[in-house]
Design a binder for this molecule. Structure first.
Ligand code: HPA
Ligand code: ZN
Length: 334
């Protein structure tokens, strides 16, 4: 089963580029950029990772990205993730980035997006991994700041496939960003938002995502199972859910295998993803393998989880079908 998972052609739809910053690259960039880190070694940095909820993770996540300064730094970050993903048989990835977490440190929007974009092009040509970019807004910042960043993105709209919403969910409901997301939709972008596990008012937030924002996907979305009305809407609208098992474990002490199985049994379009793999110490294969260990999924279930990701990917139909037929061939022969 482990080899079946590792060699399976895959897609990843929920990964924060800043969350792929490995400790070794942090140290390399800190030295290059004359930044002093609070820890003596990469091992000491990892030892200090202490996450038990979303805010405790976000504090460490924002501190970590302070070493990213130049276009080359963003290129290296993106290249390293795409190379790692390709080594795990990920053929396609949709990548989140958080421009406000960089502009607030004095790093320009153009620096960030150009470095990422150039690495995406190089990785497609040299590694054979295709990717698209999703710009996230930080929900604990103002709607005005989000709108300003959407305006900054206008000349680069062809480099984006969608927009997302992340960071601290408490008291920051989807409705706060209704105008921003309407404008993004008018620019031709797809829409997604985080509904992290066990957040305050999570069912209200999910209902707002679906009814007010009219999102195309929901990130995480585990708690939707508590509300039959939400389940019905998610199924009717064929909304993908990007579940992140190892990320969830830091909050709910479970990989949510039972919930994932319930979603599969309900024919909901659940997908498996790594979220912030450098921090949670688990890329996509490790997420799938650990989930399998907890939930004892069948090969057919594992194949459905991956097929769901290709199905809800923001790709033209022919491209989805091409990936799905590569997956079907693999499943038939393994
Ligand atoms: N949730 C909210 N904000 C984030 C996350 C997440 O999973 N990862 C990086 N920023
Ligand atoms: Zn996330």
């Amino acid at each position: 089963m482990q080899a079946f998972i590792e060699n399976m052609p895959k897609a990843e739809l929920h990964v924060h580029l800043e969350g792929t910053l490995e400790p070794e690259l942090s140290f390399q960039l800190a030295q290059k950029n004359n930044i002093t880190l609070a820890y003596a070694t990469p091992e000491a940095l990892v030892a200090a990772y202490d996450f038990h909820d979303l805010p405790s993770f976000l504090t460490i996540y924002y501190a970590g990205m302070g070493v990213l300064m130049t276009e080359e730094d963003f290129y290296q970050l993106t290249w390293d993730y795409l190379a790692k993903a390709r080594s795990q048989q990920t053929l396609y990835a949709e990548l989140f980035f958080d421009p406000q977490a960089h502009t607030t440190r004095g790093v320009s929007f153009v620096t960030v997006i150009t470095g990422i974009h150039e690495a995406q092009i190089a990785a497609k040509a040299q590694l054979g991994i295709d990717s698209q970019l999703i710009m996230c807004f930080l929900r604990d910042m103002s709607a005005e700041s989000a709108m300003q960043h959407l305006t900054m993105a206008k000349p680069y709209v062809d480099w984006l496939v969608g927009v997302g919403l992340d960071s601290d969910e408490k008291n920051n409901p989807p409705s706060k960003f209704k105008a921003v997301f309407a404008e993004a939709r008018a620019m031709g972008l797809k829409l997604t938002m985080h509904c992290d596990v066990n957040q305050d008012n999570t069912l209200i937030h999910m209902a707002q995502c679906i009814d007010e924002i009219e999102v195309d996907r929901i990130d995480h979305g585990i708690n939707s199972l508590e509300d039959p009305v939400l389940i019905g809407k998610i199924k009717d609208k064929k909304l993908g859910l990007t579940v992140c098992p190892v990320s969830n474990r830091f909050v709910v002490q479970s990989l949510t295998a039972k919930e994932v199985q319930t979603m599969l049994d309900n024919h909901m379009l659940v997908t498996i993803n790594s979220d912030d793999p450098a921090y949670f110490r688990a890329y996509l294969n490790e997420n799938l393998i650990e989930l399998q260990n907890e939930g004892q999924f069948s090969k057919a279930d594992m194949a459905t989880l991956i097929a769901n990701a290709f199905n809800v990917a923001w790709l033209p139909l022919e491209q989805k079908q091409a990936y799905l037929s590569i997956l079907a061939d693999y499943v038939e022969n393994n």
